[in-house]
Design a protein around this ligand. Sequence first.
Ligand code: IFM
Length: 725
Amino acid sequence: MLSDWIIEKNRFDIEDIEKHGSKFLLGNGFMGYRGTMEEYSAEQLVAVNLAGFFDLAQNSNWRESVNAPNPLYTVLTVDGINLDLSTLNPVSHSQRLDIKCGIHNRKTQFSVNGVNITITAERFVSMTRENIIALKYTVITDKDITVTLKSGIDKNVWNISGNHLNYLDEITNGNFFKLNCETVQLKNKLEVYETVIGLDDCVNEDLLHKATINLKANEEFEFVKFGGIYHSDSLENSHNNFLDAVKVGYDEIKNEHISAWEQIWENSDVIIEGDDDAQLALRYSIYHLCSIAPHNTDKCGIPARGLSGQVYKGAAFWDTEMFMLPFFQFSDKKAARNLLKYRINTLEGAKRKAKEFGFEGAFFAWESQETGDDACTLFNVTDVFTNRPQRTYFKDKQIHVSADIVFAMWDYCRTTGDYSLLVDGGLDLMYECMWFFYTYSVFKPHKNRYEILDVVGPDEYHERVNNNAFTNVMVKSAVDIFIRAIDKVKNIYPEYFASFDKELNWVYDFSEKLYVPQPNEKGIIEQFDGYFTLEDTTPEILKTRELIKNEYWGGHGLASNTMVLKQADVIMMLNVFKSAYSTEIKKLNWDFYEPYTEHGSSLSACAYAIVAAEIGYTDWAYKYFMKTASVDLTGDTKQYLGSLYIGGTHPAANGGAWNTAIFGFAGVSVTDDTLDISPRIPKNWNSLSFKLNWKGEELNIKITDDKVLIDGIVNSSVTVYGKEY
Ligand code: IFM
């Protein structure tokens, strides 16, 4: 690590190839380009991962995001030996990502038959021209030698379930290549453009520029490469778009890109003084969020593994609304609105899902792709003992996602002040979600209450449970939000409301009689009915009972009959509904659930961190904050679920890191009209500074040990420790 902005590794370890692909990821919301070397191919997990572009792979029944052919592919050969880092030991190697401007660099020195050859390469995925990637490639040797170079478009890229593309034709025009493809099932078109500048006298064939180059000792040889990736709406103008980028040139496009990143940081940087590790980890988390946000489209969500590959089918989960959205609401309203509009745009898929499972209304997908239909399969994990598909209930029972979306929508409205989303499909979506929950719930006449039975809460190790506290509280909150949203729309959009022709009486009864689990006599909220009767053991003990590596603890596995949980569940609920529970209840539950929590999901630690900060467990808060914020720096996460590969980046944890800094340490909380700041920053931090966009006004906030400085003009109330200044 060099500074607060640089991620660097100055050595090559073959085992790092997979990890570094994610760690050094570049992206712009349209595509993600993995941190691989120019000479790598599928075996080293090269991927140009496309957001919101899905299809089946040949011979597979899983739809996943499509990885485009790689237009930056380049390999040098000396004396018949490929200068390929994955097969040839280097003399030295460094890889570097500058997160301030989204630029990737590598410098590798090889030695072949007594000649030292140094390759340096710089690349970026343009933040201003979302279809464009660019590379500058330089070679220098210490003796005169002749090398051969191949550079072009490589079709051999990483695919988890097989190839997604039919290649239609390859067009060569001078140094320009174009590869026309279509996806195998839906026949959606994908175009890949490529050209090189500064490589004269090459033979252009088979999508490769082949050149023999006489290198003079100590004289740099350099060329530039552009790649263009187009699908869907961007196909219309692909040719001109690509040519324009080439005409504008590498340096200018790079400058545009740097300026765009400057603007991003201007809106979203969080500065921690006094703790370099925390600073870098938090900025790195923010970098990832900004690299994968749908800046220009409301047709896709953010995949659970960002744009680092096809893991989790490139689908969006509740991760977006509950972990990432707060960051965008406060720093990039357009991206936040796009994300919520994506849910509105996929409402029909959610309605189809509700029907499929025998309900009405909108049951949002556990794994959501472009139509909102659920990409999750009923057999989502392969059993490591039998190698057979294992029935899981993620798809049919994690119903809380519909409530999470309603909750997030309201949170967006009150944070940004943009209630127009409600009349842009938001209120309809809320209604359909409420109707789904109403049809899903069971009214128990003898208890005079609605219960929510047979669900999976955030803790996936306990499937098909009744009255999961998190789920019930989320649904109750969503119903109450819907009631408030109705009033809001009635007030500010009366004409729209007049046309909102729905029978609503049942909503009030549902809200009043929906069962919400309460703390017991010891102050503990039972995670679900019967949780306290399960075997009282710990994750550490379960680990010793494992028979096979990567054994899945859920299903009928090791954890299911015990109190061990995969991830924050009740604690997640305390984190979301801060003001509904006293500090004492929070403490009792934190102390109770923490020893049972495996943190087998990267979504877990931040919930513990935020609640810990609130209740004054500052050391724990810091520990869990660092775990969350550095998850993609260390790469120390679960890589397999059964035999399912789940590696990649972790945007929910990235969002969780920001949430911990802002809601945990800075103690920011919002109600409909008030923004309160009640800080409790770690002892080793001299200050914490950040910008929030609150109802359209910019607030610059700096927190030190004994001061909260707020710079900005607001029309609504801003309080510090509940007191107005
Ligand atoms: O949404 C999460 C889930 O809560 C735990 N397993 C991974 C999913 C995607 O991140």
